[in-house]
Design a protein. Structure first.
Ligand code: PEP
Ligand code: MG
Length: 767
């Protein structure tokens, strides 16, 4: 049965259009279930009726003609109640409604299930039979499974159909506002014309071929390889003015991947053994990609997609299929199944206004680069019919993680207004002047930088930040193919400490596991977020921990601005053990004659046990720092990388706020400062709340500093405290958001609110 289902889903996926897909569904389901009739009714949004869209068993002429009102008939009952109906004598059911045009009078048995996608009923799948009988439990579950499996495909096909019938490509007058959900990749709004990038060539389609002239094939491969390397160097040159050195390192990694023996060495070996260059390339790349894709952690899986892109580029060169992007629109929106950093780099920066990717998340490389370049992006837009979008106008709403294709004039106007407002905000932020960040009545709040892989700060910003609140050392480990040596680490850390001296730099010890893995140190776990993560890994590998601590301490000699932060602490014992190791290393280095200050040591509060034990942890620490990304994940039991539950990932939920409150109280009780270094700190609304809760330091990415400072400057400390007290007493994150948005409006900070919130509040004001 599973095989039959899989084949059905595959056939529907390959169908040319919605009608073909539905015809396939009804005929296959009818034959699998051996019934008299199978039909699909879909909801027509314009008429608000269930329209018969495909049938096998009823009169074919009734397709698209027969329809029922929303709560009319058995189909309406299934659709509105969103539940299955299994009847042995359908005409006796009070909701039964006779549809003459379908010729259905002889059918007694009826089984209908709703087709639901993302909580919305798209339609109803029905089977009917002449003989009066109740369908069996097995038949019920089969139909439910089919409907569930097909709902996303139907949603996708329906949208493609709507796009194709909704007016000409980018036709201004006939826009129909087709919305696609994704995840917020980079905040901001853009509108422009889609440039759809298809993979340059398909490795899987390469037909196996042997060669009797390996030398010629080897030469062709070398030419193609160097052409791709040149292309990468050109792209990296293009981007070098806008990106930081650490971000450019990604392109060096790609070059290294191309030179790696596992790729080019293996391709050459296979060519020498008689395979053509294309065949050898196919097998080597697909094999490496499969190995990456089988890995648990997101970073390594992404390496797989980078490698696939590089392999396809070499293949395109071998096949002489180098495509020219052609003339680009002034406002180009880059759209692809899997947007890669190389695709991004191919487009001149001043023309690239937005990015939409079917795959990927806010943590993908491409999203990180787009953030640095200030380009709004929507990632993980799984229902997007990529190939139908070429040349169409779309709106990219990176705040809400939404794409609107074929926007109507009203929607375009609304978004155009939002774009102008964003420009006004930027101009306003550019004016945020020097001087420390304080509340309006002078209470100081230290704003710090989350450093590691983010854009450069302006000189002005550097002058008023309090230092680096989180330096994620993983990046030094990720861009290599082996653990960096103590000396390599020391040089990198010294650079960082030096740049921000005399301000403090909080260096976090290696935080791998969960969604962060190292290409050369990977392990499989069924529950990685509850597994071997952060301090658990490094305490089990003291040699890694000690090397890193030695590198940090040696780097700090003479600068004395190092603070050490321990990630994912879940027990007091972990803190004690880490402190003991740090003290030992410090003693040894001093013994070797180094002049070292004792660094401040802090624990990250990221898991519920650390919140409950915060008073005990605080007694043994010099500071606490909350990782709100992980804390939200663990308090709300929501995987931070899972797009399906992204709406439940809410750092403003009072449950999270109460955990933050307890942490602040613990720090206060022990007389030590408390910081927050997750994404929450960079959200101006949350930041005001955090000041009210009593956080002394907020650490965020460079692009959020001005916004947060602008917000904090506008509030008195007592305002922040009252907001925090009220928020703690509320029931939901939405209520907290509402409370904060109203306060922002009252303080003249409406421009700092996401556009969607501004619209909601304006609407409420009118009512
Ligand atoms: C956090 O969890 O909030 C945090 C700052 O650490 P990371 O995002 O690196 O896990
Ligand atoms: Mg964390």
């Amino acid at each position: 049965m599973l095989d039959t289902l899989r084949r059905l889903v595959q056939a529907v996926t390959d169908a040319e259009n919605l009608d073909a897909a539905l015809d396939l569904i009804v005929s296959r389901v009818k034959s699998i279930m051996q019934t008299g009739v199978c039909s699909v009714y879909l909801k027509d949004d314009a008429s608000d009726r269930w329209v018969l869209m495909a049938t096998d068993g009823l009169k074919p002429e009734s397709v698209r003609k027969a329809s029922l009102g929303l709560s009319e008939g058995l189909v309406g009952t299934v659709g509105t109640r969103e539940e299955l109906l299994n009847l042995d004598n359908a005409p006796r059911h009070p909701a039964f409604r006779f549809l003459r045009e379908t010729g259905e009078e002889e059918f007694y048995s009826f089984l209908g299930v709703p087709i639901v996608h993302q909580r919305q009923v798209l339609g109803v799948l029905v089977v009917q039979q002449v003989t009066p009988r109740r369908f069996s439990d097995d038949e019920e579950s089969l139909l439910i499974t089919v409907a569930a499996q097909l709902s996303a495909l139907i949603a996708h096909a329906k949208i493609s159909g709507a796009l194709r019938t909704g007016g000409g490509q980018g036709d201004e007058a006939t826009g129909i506002d087709v919305h696609f959900k994704g995840v917020a990749g980079v905040p901001g709004i853009a509108m422009g014309t889609c440039l759809v990038r298809q993979p340059p060539a398909m490795l899987r389609r390469v037909r196996d071929r042997m060669t009797d002239d390996p030398e010629r094939e080897l030469a062709a491969f070398q030419v193609a390889l160097s052409a791709v390397k040149d292309e990468l160097r050109r792209i990296s040159q293009n981007l070098s003015a806008s990106l930081k050195q650490s971000e450019m390192a990604l392109f060096e990694t790609y070059l290294r991947m191309l030179e790696d023996h596992a790729l080019s060495g293996e391709v050459c070996r296979r060519i020498r053994s008689g395979e053509s260059a294309e065949t050898a390339l196919k097998y080597v790349v697909l094999d490496l990609v499969a190995r990456f894709e089988a890995m648990q952690d997101a970073y390594l899986r992404e390496r797989g997609s980078d490698l696939l892109d590089l392999g396809r580029r070499i293949l395109a060169r071998l096949q002489d299929q180098v495509d020219d992007l052609g003339p680009l629109h002034e406002d180009t929106i880059l759209v692809a199944e899997d947007v890669t950093p190389v695709m991004l780099g191919e487009i001149q920066k001043h023309r690239l206004k937005g990015i939409v990717s079917v795959k990927g998340s806010a943590n993908s490389h491409v999203a990180i680069l787009a953030r640095s370049l200030g380009i709004p992006a929507v990632m993980g837009a799984t229902d997007l019919p990529v190939s139908d979008l070429q040349g169409t106008i779309v709106v990219v709403d990176g705040w809400r993680g939404e794409v609107v294709a074929n926007p109507s004039e009203a929607v375009r106007d609304a978004y155009q207004e939002a774009i102008v407002e964003a420009e006004v905000l930027q101009a306003d932020l550019d004016r945020v002047g020097p001087g420390p960040c304080t509340t309006r009545d002078g209470h100081g709040v230290l704003l710090m930088l989350n450093s590691g892989l983010f854009g450069e700060l302006s000189q002005l910003q550097r002058s008023w930040i309090g230092g680096v609140g989180l330096y994620r050392t993983e990046f030094a480990f990720l861009s290599r193919s082996r653990f960096p040596t103590e000396d390599e680490q020391r040089a990198i850390y010294q650079d960082e400490l030096d740049q921000y001296s005399p301000n403090p730099v909080v260096m976090r010890t290696l935080d791998i596991g969960g969604d962060k893995g190292l290409p050369y140190f990977s392990f499989e776990e069924s529950n990685p977020f509850l597994g071997w993560r952060g301090i658990r890994v490094t305490l089990d590998h003291p040699e890694i921990f000690i090397t890193q601590i030695r590198a940090m301490l040696r780097a700090s000699e003479g600068l004395d601005n190092l603070r050490i932060l321990l990630p994912m602490v879940s027990t007091v014992a972990e803190l004690t053990a880490s402190k003991r190791l740090i003290a030992r290393v410090l003693g040894e280095l001093r013994g070797d004659g180094m002049h070292l200050e004792t660094p401040e040591i802090g624990a990250m509060i990221e898991v519920p046990s650390a919140v409950y034990m915060a008073p005990e942890l605080a007694r043994q620490c010099d500071f606490l720092s909350v990782g709100s990304n992980d804390l939200t994940q663990y308090v709300m039991a929501v995987d931070r990388t899972n797009a399906r539950v992204a709406n439940l990932f809410d750092s403003l939920n009072p449950a999270v706020l109460r955990a933050l409150d307890q942490t602040c109280q613990a720090a206060r009780g022990a007389g030590i400062p408390v910081a927050l270094c997750g994404e929450m700190a960079g959200d101006p609304m949350a930041a005001v709340l955090l000041v009210g809760l009593g956080f002394d330091e907020l650490s965020m990415s460079g692009s959020s500093l001005a916004k947060v400072k602008r917000a904090v400057l506008a509030f008195d400390r007592s305002d922040c405290q009252s907001l925090a007290a009220l928020a703690l007493s509320l029931e939901s994150g939405e209520q907290v958001l509402h409370l904060l948005s109203e306060a922002f409006l009252k303080h003249g900070l409406s421009l700092l609110l996401p556009p969607s919130l501004r619209d909601t509040l304006a609407l409420e004001a009118c009512q």
